[in-house]
Design a protein around this ligand. Structure first.
Ligand code: ATP
Ligand code: MG
Length: 363
């Protein structure tokens, strides 16, 4: 099979950056698909035997769209177009259009060639009508010098930019609906993300951990190196609960819990050379995601924390999760954290938090 792969934002860059981005894109394609790759300015050709190539290419960030195509030489174009028409079952269609694009020196224009091929198809399939507005079948022909590529479909890719070109981030990955979407968004923008799950057992159980692992498997299809790390967090939570009970400040549990998560994630980021953290927070979504609380969370570490969902509504996030493929796994039954107090604070005060943390052993 031969695929024509299109990418876009790579064009906006200077020559060396473009080169690096293209190399990264090709490396990423080869990581998920056994294939040979050829490149030409603005285009990549992928040659593969893999039957699942379409599904795999759809998940490579940086690909705007792709088409499975047939290659032929210019002098064979007529025959190849008719063969292609038969292959896509044009005899069952009522209308069609031919669209031609051309690169190089030729003694015809794209429009002339399109008209010529259209007439040829009409002669061979007289029941058809030309419909340039809304054709049932479209035959695309791309002519590059003496080489022609024929295809009938433009499949939308994942978009974004090649994963890795922006460097690394560490994600706080719970496996719920939000953090996988946030993680995916940063991957889409070129970041290699290391997902970290904080295991809160005994306040959660293995169902929560299992869910996180399963969601990570879904994102692994976008990036084979996506490996979930699990950090023990329950012991810390237990201590926090004891101290807060004594101070009658149980409402601060979630804020302290998140601050420790951010600190541990930051330590991992520094070890890994990652440049920031990612969380699935969205402003006002749950009681604890307020500007006051986020301010207190940001104080916990020095690296920037990216929150790509901050301005999205729950429904928008759910729709994205469905599209990405994480929704069904993220909504599997899993135990909610039992350490969450009845009334988590929405107005955490930093001085209070620091006072509480004085009483906890440093983490
Ligand atoms: P999500 O849908 O991502 O679970 P949420 O709506 O349940 O988020 P919170 O529980 O307030 O919201 O968590 C906010 C963010 O903190 C999450 O999006 C995630 O990035 C991080 N987080 C929460 N719990 C964990 C955990 N057990 N392990 C790793 N990260 C976590
Ligand atoms: Mg959650």
């Amino acid at each position: 099979m031969l695929f024509l792969v299109r990418y876009s934002e790579v064009f906006l860059k200077s020559e060396p950056v473009r080169r690096r981005w293209e190399n990264t894109l090709i490396r990423n394609i080869k990581k998920v698909l056994e294939c040979r790759v050829r490149r030409e300015r603005g285009r990549i050709w992928v040659i593969t035997e893999d039957e699942n190539a379409r599904e795999k290419l759809r998940k490579v960030f940086g690909i705007v769209s792709f088409s499975e195509c047939v290659h032929c030489k210019l002098h064979e174009l007529e025959r190849a177009v008719l063969d292609f028409c038969r292959k896509i079952g044009i005899d069952k269609a009522k209308s069609f259009a031919v669209r031609v694009k051309r690169v190089g020196e030729h003694d015809f224009t794209s429009q002339q060639k399109a008209a010529e091929l259209g007439a040829l198809i009409l002669r061979n399939f007289p029941h058809l009508k030309v419909d340039l507005e809304n054709p049932e079948k479209t035959i695309y022909v791309e002519i590059r010098g003496e080489d022609c590529y024929i295809f009938g479909e433009i499949v939308k890719g994942a978009g974004g930019i090649p994963l890795g070109v922006e460097g690394k981030l560490v994600s706080l990955f719970s496996g719920g609906i939000d953090s996988p979407v946030a993680t995916w968004m940063m991957m889409k923008r070129g970041c290699e993300v290391i997902p970290v799950y904080f295991d809160c057992s005994p306040f959660t159980d293995e169902s929560t951990l299992r869910r996180a692992k399963e969601v990570a498997e879904v994102l692994k299809e976008y990036w084979p190196d996506f490996e979930l790390r699990v950090v023990e967090h329950g012991e810390f939570l237990r201590k926090v609960k004891d101290v807060l009970k004594e101070m009658r400040l149980e409402s601060y549990t979630c804020v302290l819990c998140k601050r420790r998560m951010l600190r541990v994630a930051e330590a991992i980021a520094r070890e890994e050379g990652a440049k920031g953290l990612v969380t699935g927070e969205s402003l006002g979504q749950v009681a604890s995601q307020t500007l006051d609380n986020l301010m207190v969370l940001d104080d916990a570490c020095d690296l920037p924390t990216y929150r790509p969902l901050i301005g999205l509504d729950k429904l928008e996030i759910e729709e994205m999760a469905r599209r990405i493929g994480t929704f069904d796994v993220s909504t599997k039954p899993a135990t909610e954290c039992k350490a969450v107090p009845k009334k988590p604070t929405t107005k955490a005060k930093l001085e209070k938090v620091l006072e509480i943390e004085e009483k906890l052993e440093p983490v």
